[in-house]
Design a protein around this ligand. Structure first.
Ligand code: HEC
Ligand code: HEC
Ligand code: HEC
Ligand code: HEC
Ligand code: HEC
Ligand code: HEC
Ligand code: HEC
Length: 412
């Protein structure tokens, strides 16, 4: 009888251990990259993607760091982990002209529902299938109706920790079709059923979520094969060494997404451009006005930086002078200030105003790249309060007094 009990205990013990191992495995799985397409999609240039899991054996550090970036987390399959807003809270809603948006979840997933204000009739129920935005500023929700992709009425606004009417949406029941022009900046790849990328009809299984390695480095199946010794016809590696490119080509990698919406398509489709090519032959911006006037959620860091004296007067400055594309550096003020000092070696000599000398000069960016309130991402926290905006860091480096740029030097 004693040994019988032991046996029972042992089985129980084994069950517990197995459960723990199972949980760890599942947990590890979550830490790794999200659902990947099978087979890997082929880019419009004919090259096949490898998927970032295949980079791990040789570029492990970069891979691990990259998992924590806003880029990697900027789009995902919607679930309890990737969605940041609150669900099933009746107080948390968005009032429209004719209805009210509620967010809820049940065993079938996460939803946005719009009910009429007059008779409570349900005007729309849409499942949240995809989330856009890592949540630094906010998140938008996308829904698949069949193979058609739509953006939904309410978005999550991080600053107020609440739902708002999606930026740019009219104040009534509304769904916006989502074409490649919207998702090209928030995913690695997606196969549109229209070759020009103008439709909102997609091969659902082709989505490569997040801005992953191959969004910036191009599809690299051949590089992986080459480095694994599967040479085939290859005589040399195909991977482009970005740091050997000219400044413009190097920046074009970032500029494709960080120079405003760039919605004029000159050639091919929104996903066609790959590193090493000239971006201007593919896309242009609609707005040609002052870059600083378009300082917003979809900011034009490129336009602003290009207008700065630092950029104009140095051969080498590019986005990666200050940003490591593989690391999450938000809030790393010391790192950014150290970059200024690499070129402006003795800041004390640059500042002659008496009262400035007494101030702490260490935080260069607080004065020369100040934060400005966003024009579109603002919300009233409650009926009595003034509107609150998220703040965006200007890339027009310069001398500011009371938020106004001083023209210390006339542009060359
Ligand atoms: C079997 C090993 C291996 C795999 C797998 C691999 N790489 Fe590489 N990668 C290398 C080696 C070796 C180099 C050459 C390094 C050098 O020349 O200094 C390289 C170079 C690179 C470079 C250019 C580096 C430079 O000098 O600018 C990039 C970018 C790159 N790999 C990205 C990737 C990505 C993205 C993946 C996954 C899709 C990947 N690699 C998979 C081994 C690998
Ligand atoms: C030209 C590229 C581009 C396009 C097109 C674009 N975005 Fe963005 N989006 C960005 C960039 C870059 C940011 C980061 C903010 C910035 O500019 O500093 C961003 C930020 C966001 C954020 C906030 C993310 C966060 O975590 O704070 C959301 C939400 C968002 N975009 C949704 C959308 C939706 C929905 C569409 C389509 C209607 C869209 N974007 C189209 C480039 C783009
Ligand atoms: C947002 C764009 C972007 C993403 C995403 C990205 N890279 Fe890079 N990567 C770059 C740029 C730009 C450079 C060149 C940096 C420079 O000029 O110093 C680079 C350089 C590299 C290099 C060579 C230099 C080094 O640091 O060793 C390797 C290898 C590399 N990337 C691999 C990867 C892998 C693997 C991933 C995914 C886990 C990845 N990259 C994701 C933009 C990106
Ligand atoms: C495919 C489009 C795309 C490319 C290419 C791209 N970015 Fe981004 N970037 C985004 C989007 C979208 C966001 C907002 C992510 C979010 O928070 O959801 C972003 C956010 C950022 C941020 C803010 C990160 C944070 O923690 O909030 C920095 C800095 C940045 N990008 C720099 C770069 C640099 C430098 C490059 C080039 C090496 C680059 N990006 C290439 C789309 C892109
Ligand atoms: C790659 C080198 C480089 C880096 C990095 C750099 N600058 Fe500059 N900066 C320059 C050059 C060159 C000029 C123009 C000549 C001058 O005034 O010294 C300049 C000009 C300036 C000016 C005068 C602007 C005007 O309108 O007259 C300010 C202010 C400034 N930089 C601040 C900064 C700050 C703050 C940083 C860090 C966020 C920074 N710089 C990073 C090279 C750089
Ligand atoms: C002289 C240094 C410098 C250069 C060059 C630079 N940045 Fe930045 N960038 C910064 C600093 C500083 C911040 C603020 C970081 C923080 O808040 O933690 C920033 C923030 C950002 C953000 C987040 C903006 C926000 O308000 O949320 C994006 C996106 C970005 N940079 C993109 C770029 C791109 C794209 C380029 C090239 C066109 C570029 N940066 C060049 C210094 C630089
Ligand atoms: C408290 C705000 C403040 C801080 C912090 C600050 N600056 Fe300045 N900076 C100014 C002002 C204002 C001027 C205009 C000249 C003056 O009034 O002294 C200026 C001028 C400059 C100039 C232009 C000089 C010229 O006329 O060509 C450069 C370059 C510069 N600062 C770099 C830096 C760097 C690098 C740091 C960080 C180590 C820094 N600043 C920190 C306020 C600041």
């Amino acid at each position: 009888m004693f040994s019988k009990l032991r046996k029972k205990d042992f089985i129980l013990f084994l069950a517990v251990v197995l459960t723990i191992i199972f949980i760890i495995l599942v947990f590890q799985d979550k830490e790794e990259y999200q659902t990947v397409p099978e087979p890997m999609p082929v880019h419009y240039n004919g090259e096949q993607f490898a998927g970032s899991a295949s980079c791990i054996p040789c570029h492990q550090d970069i891979y691990q760091n990259h998992l924590k970036t806003a880029h990697f987390n900027t789009s995902a399959i919607a679930d309890g982990e990737t969605l940041h807003g609150h669900f099933n809270q009746s107080s948390n809603k968005v009032e429209l002209l004719d209805g009210t948006v509620h967010t809820y979840f049940d065993e079938n997933g996460y939803f946005q529902a719009i009910k009429s204000k007059t008779n409570g009739e349900v005007l729309d129920v849409s499942r949240i299938d995809m989330v856009i935005g890592s949540g630094v500023k906010g998140q938008s929700h996308l829904n698949f109706s069949g193979d058609s992709l739509f953006q939904l009425q309410a978005s999550y606004f991080t600053l107020s920790d609440s739902w708002i009417n999606s930026p740019g949406f009219p104040n009534h029941k509304y769904k916006r079709p989502v074409n490649d022009n919207c998702i090209k900046c928030h995913t690695t790849f997606a196969q549109n059923k229209d070759r020009k990328g103008n439709s909102n009809l997609y091969e659902r299984e082709s989505f490569m979520y997040g801005i992953d390695c191959e969004r910036c480095h191009g599809p690299l199946k051949k590089h992986v094969a080459y480095r694994n010794g599967i040479l085939g016809e290859l005589k040399s590696d195909v991977v482009i060494k970005i740091d050997t490119l000219s400044r413009q080509l190097k920046m074009d990698v970032c500029v494709q997404c960080h120079s405003g919406l760039r919605a004029i398509q000159i050639k091919d489709n929104p996903f066609s451009f790959v590193v090493g090519e000239q971006l201007d032959t593919y896309t242009r911006n609609y707005r040609f006005g002052r870059p600083e006037s378009k300082l917003d959620v979809h900011g034009n860091q490129y336009g602003l930086l290009k207008s700065s004296q630092c950029f104009k007067n140095s051969e080498a400055m590019s986005c990666t002078t200050c940003h490591d594309p593989h690391k999450n550096q938000r809030g790393k003020t010391e790192h950014f200030n150290s970059k200024c000092i690499e070129c402006h070696a003795s800041p004390k000599n640059l500042h002659n105003t008496e009262n400035l000398i007494s101030q702490n000069l260490d935080n260069c960016i607080s004065c020369h790249m100040p934060l400005f309130p966003s024009q579109t991402m603002k919300v009233k926290l409650d009926a009595d309060s003034a509107e609150t905006s998220i703040k965006i860091r200007t890339h027009l480096i310069g001398v500011y007094v009371d938020g106004i740029l001083q023209n210390t030097k006339t542009s060359p």
